[in-house]
Write a protein that binds this ligand. Structure first.
Ligand SMILES: O=C(O)CCC(=O)C(=O)O
Length: 1107
């Protein structure tokens, strides 16, 4: 809520109009009512008056809270009037004045739409995610998911895009976006990912929709894409697919004969069927219908080439690449044409351009054939140059000449039309196709748009958003020239001014808080913590006695007080608790029943301002901001703590465990452990693994072998963050053969090298073949790297206790901290197998095998033992820098949580991120503390084993919950079910650490109340939950739709036409069916049972060891 009620201020507005305006907010954006002309005009006039009215109010208001409300209102009105610049300005002012903006769904929605409009996608994402996090049932959640889906689709995060479109689809409440349109995107994403069966199903489903639910555009596009699928996917109905493809394409044209894309695909179809004339006719139509289409010209080129008309083909390709210089296929086809005409130098230029296009596309798919052709042609040119060969009788003009050749008149017209007309037709009815203007429905062809260049003036806790001196200068210049500025420049000025304002405020706050710290330190000396408790926590008798609002007042701590407690009790310095652990202002000593009574009173007592409660909504989780003060440059390469063990006693010592788990040590290398404990690591050698279980599955990552501190794009020309690899599967035995073969090959190479140097070779002709196979310079003089392709055997599951009995037994010799199963390991109490976390994972490597950067699931600790015989090289960064790294990932267009990235070290050093770098020798154990970011590369041939440990400590628990909540925000699945784990821990573990106890209790209090509140609501609507219980080994449940953990109350729906059931969370279930029809609610625990566990979980006293 923005706190604005009907106004009584004198204005030209009538009371009815004021009343109407008071109810209008951003949610009206895109609503159907605005489609009716009369109504839209009336509203527009009203909104304009509203703008005047609230602008006047805003100028007259001194009170910041009231002012912020007016500004928010202005933001909404400007948005609805589609004045995005003014909307942004008003929203930003509101944002700065209103710290609780995260509670205001209408604001988050409105500002998200505005940022989306400006293609500032990372800001749009941030606000949309915050909105859904705290208001999952927001009226326009479906549309928000859609926009997020589009943002992820554009940035190439296809998995995330699919997830969000599915979320959008699961919302059955009406929204401004047609379901068929969403389904089309989903189908298209499957198609891009080459999940053809799923794409086909999705498209076919669309075509089965009743006509009322299907727009003409979607129907035509779907018919086209489905036709194209039938044409291209061989396994679909081999006998009839060709005929079906043609029928579908033709039907699409019948519905929409003006779609150039469909004509183009029909041309491709005819061309591949050898119907040259029909193909030309279709292409001709395509060119007439669509503005300058490079795809079409490229295909015309192919057709000419097939007809043996190279000059025509050349011209068509040139048309294509002149229209779209990033058209990879056209450059490639042009290269093939030149190769066929024996013009290798021109071919090389074109292949290299094709590679560059691929690289810019950022789609993660490599094209090894092009790389191979480049290599081969370079050799040919070299040989020709050495032999002094010149290519005289050229068939085609060179690429430079061709570029300047006059091109067909028709194309020239098209090109100029292209240049002066907007590149995408605006369709005001469908935001999905109108904005952002980057959608293409060509199969596998999505325009890659740089996301979010714009920096927002919005406050982050870090100082990375401070204006640089250059930006300050720009701001100054713009200010001086204010009357002359264009709208974009005005907006830029506003942006800079805001950031500047925020920067000054932030600096002021920092100074204040440093002063404040000093004060509170002295105060703390006399401050009795109990007295703080007394003000926060009421006695139960106070609460029980009567209807007392005042009693409830005592319970409720203000958000400020809660924030302070949250910071004080937090185990991670300067970080407030994540929402699930944020105190709700109710004492942890209160009994479960009283907790419930209190919560009920709070929510039902209307005199209590519930928005001041952190019971339902909390400030959403955020990334860590850059730690302050920044490290000096000489501290950016810290030495890695390494402990040398000499004997079993040292290995088992408490001192070792204390050292490893100390939050100040992100990583520890332990050397000599295997010898000290007489561990037989030979049990994990390739030979033994093959003998034991050679047929076990291995996931293979095909990668380039690169220097460990570099990561090059596929063309070998640019250093990048995105870390490419393709995935396949094999067996341990097969991988072992590969490991051995590559080793033998390297031995042979070494011997050759040796021989050549001892027989007086020049020492250069046999340069190290191990990493780069060749270094070359392309025709334009650009140096490029050619790396060997290697295979990395990863994520091999050793969980089967029968198959791997000897190995598991051997590891039981480890000290308790490192053991796979131990009483002190949270993951041993979770009651279910979490593959790779509380089971062993094996990695089989050849030199160069790399595990990209990541933090462990839910920030758990990890250990990794190198079995040898070769070494591994590790890079690690302390947990508090993960936010900076995530930001760098975002800037490099790769998803931090689900993507593969290999940091460019300079980028890290430039942002003052320290990097530990060390060698793990055979037998070394690497211990990674909670949340340490790390990336690893094999130097030699070796195997590694790894698993996770969840130390039962406040630090580890808080870290885990923090990531759990961040995952929820970004819709990334937490594979550790932390709520479930918390209740298990409470039942099975004695907790003596007060901070940890309080955190666990808060999580339990919140989830206990959540269960009760849901049951109360169900009861009110006459739905009773059905007892289900919890099987002994029944794993925790996750929502089918949003992947969030579902605790206790399972909303279950039967899959149509099958006996299987799906589990939903309440929010997703209600989005599918508001009154839950079609759902059964199952309970896994009786409330009494939960209350007993809650009450019986008390702080244990430390046992004093008898001496
Ligand atoms: O050995 C590897 O490459 C995997 C390293 C790793 O990320 C881990 O153990 O957590």
């Amino acid at each position: 809520m923005d706190g604005i009620g009907p106004e009584t201020v004198n204005s030209t507005l009538s009371p009815a109009e004021i009343n109407e305006l008071s109810k209008i907010d951003s949610c009206l954006f895109g609503d159907r009512v605005l489609e009716k002309e009369d109504e839209a005009a009336r509203l527009k006039a009203l909104l304009k008056k509203g703008v005047e009215h609230y602008t006047k109010l805003a100028t007259e208001t001194k009170d910041n809270k009231v002012l912020s409300g007016h500004l928010c209102k202005l933001g909404h009105f400007h948005l609805l009037l589609e004045d995005y610049h003014k909307a942004l300005s008003a929203y930003n002012k509101y944002y700065t004045l209103h710290p609780d903006h995260w509670r205001n769904s209408a604001f988050l929605y409105g500002v998200g739409i505005v940022y989306y409009h400006f293609s500032a996608f990372s800001w749009a994402t941030k606000f949309f995610q915050q909105l859904i996090y705290n208001d999952p049932c927001f009226r326009k959640a479906g549309e928000v998911f859609c926009r997020l889906g589009l943002i992820f689709k554009i940035s190439g995060s296809h998995e995330a895009a699919i997830k969000h479109f599915k979320l959008a689809l699961s919302d059955h409440r009406s929204s401004g976006i047609s379901r068929c349109e969403i389904k089309f995107h989903l189908g298209h994403l499957y198609e891009i990912q080459q999940r053809f069966n799923e794409a086909k199903t999705e498209y076919e489903d669309i075509l089965k929709l009743p006509p009322a639910q299907l727009t003409t555009a979607v129907q035509a596009n779907t018919l086209r894409q489905l036709g194209w699928l039938y044409h291209t996917v061989e396994e679909f109905d081999p006998a009839t697919r060709s005929q079906k493809a043609l029928e579908l394409l033709q039907r699409s044209i019948e519905i929409d004969s003006n779609n150039g894309q469909t004509w183009y695909l029909l041309g491709r179809y005819h061309s591949s069927m050898g119907k040259v004339h029909d193909a030309f006719v279709s292409y001709r139509q395509s060119i007439d219908k669509s503005e300058a289409n490079a795809d079409t010209w490229c295909s015309i080129g192919v057709l000419y080439q097939e007809q043996n008309q190279p000059m025509d083909a050349l011209q068509a390709y040139i048309c294509a690449v002149q229209l779209d210089r990033g058209h990879e296929a056209a450059w490639r086809d042009l290269a093939i044409l030149y190769e066929a005409c024996q013009q290798p130098k021109d071919a090389l230029v074109c292949y290299i351009n094709a590679q560059r296009c691929k690289e810019n596309k950022n789609d993660g798919i490599q094209n090894p054939e092009v790389a191979e052709r480049v290599k081969a042609i370079e050799q040919i040119i070299k040989a020709q140059d050495m032999n002094g060969q010149q290519n005289h009788g050229k068939i085609l003009p060179s690429i430079e000449e061709a570029w300047t050749l006059p091109i067909p008149a028709e194309l020239t017209q098209r090109q100029s039309a292209f240049k002066c007309s907007p590149s995408v037709k605006q369709d005001s009815k469908s935001f999905l196709t109108s904005n952002p203007s980057t959608l293409s429905s060509t199969p596998g062809h999505i325009v890659n748009q740089n996301t979010d260049e714009a920096k927002s003036p919005i406050l982050e806790q870090s100082c990375s958003w401070y204006l640089t001196p250059q930006q300050l200068q720009v701001m100054h210049n713009l200010q001086l020239n204010k009357p002359l500025l264009t709208p974009t420049q005005t907006m830029e000025l506003e942006r800079l001014q805001h950031t500047h304002l925020l920067m000054l405020e932030h600096q002021k706050k920092l100074t204040k808080s440093t002063d404040g710290n000093n004060v509170s330190k002295t105060e703390n000396k006399t401050d009795d913590t109990d007295s703080r408790k007394n003000t926060l926590l009421p006695s139960i008798t106070q609460l029980q006695s009567g209807s007392s609002d005042t009693n409830i007042d005592v319970v409720i701590s203000s958000p400020k007080e809660i924030e302070e407690t949250s910071l004080q009790d937090s185990e991670i310095p300067n970080r407030p608790f994540p929402p699930l652990l944020t105190p709700c202002g109710i004492s942890e000593t209160m009994l479960a029943r009283e907790v419930i009574t209190t919560c009920r009173k709070i929510v039902s007592n209307h005199t209590v301002p519930t928005e001041h409660l952190y019971l339902d909504k909390c400030p959403p989780p955020n990334r860590t901001s850059t730690p302050q003060p920044s490290l000096s440059k000489d501290k950016l390469c810290p030495p890695t703590p390494t402990i040398y063990l000499e004997n079993k006693r040292d290995a088992m010592s408490k001192a070792l465990a204390n050292f490893c788990t100390h939050p100040g040590n992100p990583v520890t290398v332990i050397r000599g452990l295997a010898a000290a404990l007489k561990l037989d690591l030979g049990l994990f050698s390739t030979k033994t693994l093959v003998e034991c279980n050679g047929d076990c599955q291995v996931e293979v990552r095909t990668q380039f072998r690169q220097p460990s501190d570099e990561n090059w794009d596929v063309t070998g020309q640019k250093r990048v963050w995105k870390c490419e690899s393709s995935r396949s599967f094999t067996s341990i035995a097969k991988y072992a053969e590969y490991q051995a073969a590559t080793f033998q090959e390297s031995l042979r190479e070494d011997t050759k090298k040796h021989q050549s140097s001892s027989t007086g070779g020049d020492g250069h002709s046999h340069k190290d073949q191990s990493i780069e196979t060749d270094k070359s310079t392309d025709a334009q003089g650009i140096k490029k790297k050619n790396f060997k392709i290697i295979k990395f055997g990863t994520n091999i599951d050793l969980s089967n206790e029968k198959k791997w009995r000897d190995q598991l037994q051997e590891l039981a010799k480890l000290p308790w901290l490192f053991r796979l199963v131990s009483a002190g390991n949270m993951l041993s109490h979770v009651g279910q197998t979490i593959l790779g976390m509380n089971t062993i994972q094996l990695y089989m490597k050849v030199p160069g095998s790399r595990t990209p950067g990541h933090q462990e699931n839910n920030n758990f600790c990890a250990l990794n033992i190198n079995i040898g015989p070769g070494d591994c090289e590790w890079f690690a960064t302390p947990e508090e820098y993960w936010g900076v790294i995530a930001e760098l990932c975002e800037q490099n267009n790769v998803d931090y949580l689900s993507g593969s990235w290999w940091p460019i070290l300079e980028d890290l050093y430039n942002r003052n991120v320290p990097v530990y770098r060390y060698i793990q020798k055979p037998g070394d154990l690497v211990w990674l503390n909670a949340g340490t970011v790390h990336w690893v590369q094999a130097i030699g041939w070796c195997n590694n084993i790894a698993w996770n440990v969840g130390l039962i400590s406040a630090y580890q628990y808080q870290m885990a919950v923090e990531r759990y909540e961040y995952n929820k925000l970004t819709k990334y699945k937490s594979i550790v079910p932390l709520i479930h784990l918390t209740w298990y821990l409470a039942q099975h573990i004695r907790i003596t650490d007060f901070k940890l106890f309080k955190m666990l209790k808060t999580c339990m209090m919140r989830t206990l109340w959540q269960s009760q509140k849901t049951l109360d609501t169900l009861k009110q609507s006459g739905i009773s939950a059905v007892w289900h219980g919890k099987g002994e080994n029944e794993p925790a449940h996750y929502c089918e739709i949003c992947d969030v953990e579902v605790f206790n109350l399972l909303f279950v729906r039967q899959i149509q036409g099958s006996n299987s059931h799906l589990v939903y969370c309440e929010d997703c279930a209600r989005k599918e069916s508001t009154n839950l029809s079609g759902f059964v609610v199952l309970t896994q625990y009786h409330m009494d049972e939960l209350m007993t566990i809650y009450d019986q979980f008390t702080l244990a006293t430390k046992r004093v060891k008898k001496t």
